[in-house]
Write a protein that binds this ligand. Structure first.
Ligand code: HEC
Length: 115
């Protein structure tokens, strides 16, 4: 009877450990997911879902973020700074509206738009 209890106890522990490790593995795609969602909610109306930019904002200096040369010329730090502080008259500053981790996630999403 005691043996059975021990086995049940070990099995419960093992199940808890498996659940924990599966949980931590799942956090990486969740962060990526957030970047895509933030971009879709807050950026796509000007930058378009694919990053090429709405035609009406091209006069205001919006560039094609999916372009390989654009991607090469913009470091993560430069993109993050533009998101934080805004740029020109039409690119809003997101400082205070997006957490640093959310800005990092959006930068990652912008990287995924590269063609
Ligand atoms: C109201 C329209 C609008 C919204 C909303 C908007 N942007 Fe912009 N964005 C612009 C315009 C216009 C520019 C070009 C500004 C310039 O070059 O003067 C720009 C430029 C940028 C740049 C390039 C900066 C550089 O250094 O060349 C990045 C990166 C960027 N936006 C990211 C984002 C992200 C991420 C979001 C959402 C969190 C967002 N934008 C939301 C209009 C917008």
């Amino acid at each position: 009877m005691n043996k059975l209890k021990t086995i049940i106890c070990i099995a419960t522990l093992a199940a808890a450990l498996i659940a924990l490790s599966v949980g931590s593995l799942a956090t990486t795609p969740a962060v990526f997911q957030d970047g895509a969602k933030i971009y879709a909610d807050k950026c796509a109306k000007c930058h378009k879902a694919d990053g090429t930019g709405e035609a009406k904002y091209q006069k205001q200096g919006i560039e094609d973020m999916s372009n390989a040369t654009w991607q090469k010329n913009h470091t993560d730090a430069k993109i993050a700074a533009a998101i934080k502080n805004g740029k020109g008259e039409f690119m809003p500053a997101w400082k205070g509206k997006l957490k640093p981790a959310e800005i990092t996630a959006v930068v990652k999403h912008i990287r995924s738009l590269k063609k």
